[in-house]
Design a protein around this ligand. Structure first.
Ligand SMILES: [Zn+2]
Length: 262
């Protein structure tokens, strides 16, 4: 699926000048350095995604990583969701633009959720899940990232993805896309972003082993990766017709990054 020519190395990314090697090698301690490197990769990935208008329209979308960090209160390791804060632009976001939240606390909110008609009350809970002294406000898309059980999640609004997601025959065309390009995207009917959509994403991923992305009807895309080191960009070689006169040329996977613990 991933051929040599579409695998861009970290070396090339450094050459492009936007990845901070000083942070990746880090003057901080071992733990601090690793955390800073992972957060920096999230920032860098976000800037790359946001700077290519084929991948997302201006300001559109948000990104996240689930990172292990020492709890400042007791020193114990905790899973922390780093997710783009409310507002702002992916192409220019800095590390200071991400909200940080205890993942465990976010996931526990499912236990007090009273249903779609009261989903807005959950927004008041997000600040109570903040990790560290971070003033960045979590967006209403936060549960969408929290409840997808993958370390690195991207939610994007590419023009082609919106065209697909908003087409009457979008689900059929997504299935054609899957057959043609070897993906396993699943279709989720439109649902307003919020806690309910987080629950729906969790459910559809549990029910569809091996799926590698979600098309949100009338909205956009969710894609993810388990690892965060080599930047992978697969561009589809041909177009899919949506009807008599309109075509889309998907640029999927787009960027799903980078990891290594080595
Ligand atoms: Zn969106």
């Amino acid at each position: 699926m991933i051929s040599k020519h579409n695998l861009r190395t970290l070396q090339e990314l450094r050459f492009n000048g936007r990845y901070s090697t000083s942070i990746s090698s880090g003057p901080l301690g071992r733990e601090g350095s690793r955390k800073a490197r992972c957060a920096e990769l999230l920032r860098y990935r976000s800037n790359l995604l946001g700077s290519d208008l084929r991948i997302t329209n201006f300001g559109g979308g948000n990104t996240s990583s689930k990172l292990e960090q020492a709890d400042p209160l007791d020193g114990q390791p905790k899973q922390v969701l780093w997710v783009k804060g409310s507002g702002g632009d992916l192409g220019s976001i800095k590390r200071s633009g991400f909200a940080t939240l205890y993942l465990e606390k976010l996931l526990a909110l499912e236990g007090i959720y009273r249903g779609v008609n009261l989903e807005d009350e959950m927004v008041d809970m997000y600040p109570l899940c903040t990790f560290g002294n971070n003033p960045v406000a979590a967006s209403i898309d936060t549960p969408l990232h929290a409840f997808l059980p993958f370390p690195h999640v991207d939610h994007l609004h590419p023009d082609w993805g919106i065209a697909l997601a908003a087409s009457a025959n979008g689900k059929t065309k997504m299935e054609e896309f899957n057959r043609k390009f070897g993906h396993k995207l699943v279709w989720l009917p439109w649902q307003r972003p919020g806690f309910e959509l987080g629950m729906m994403l969790k459910k559809i991923v549990e029910e569809t082993p091996g799926c590698d992305g979600v098309v949100l009807g009338g909205h956009g895309l969710f894609t993810w990766a388990r690892h965060n080191v080599n930047l992978i960009s697969t561009r589809s070689p041909s177009s899919i017709s949506l009807g008599s006169s309109s075509k889309i040329t998907p640029t999927l996977q787009v960027i799903i990054l980078v990891e290594t613990d080595s």
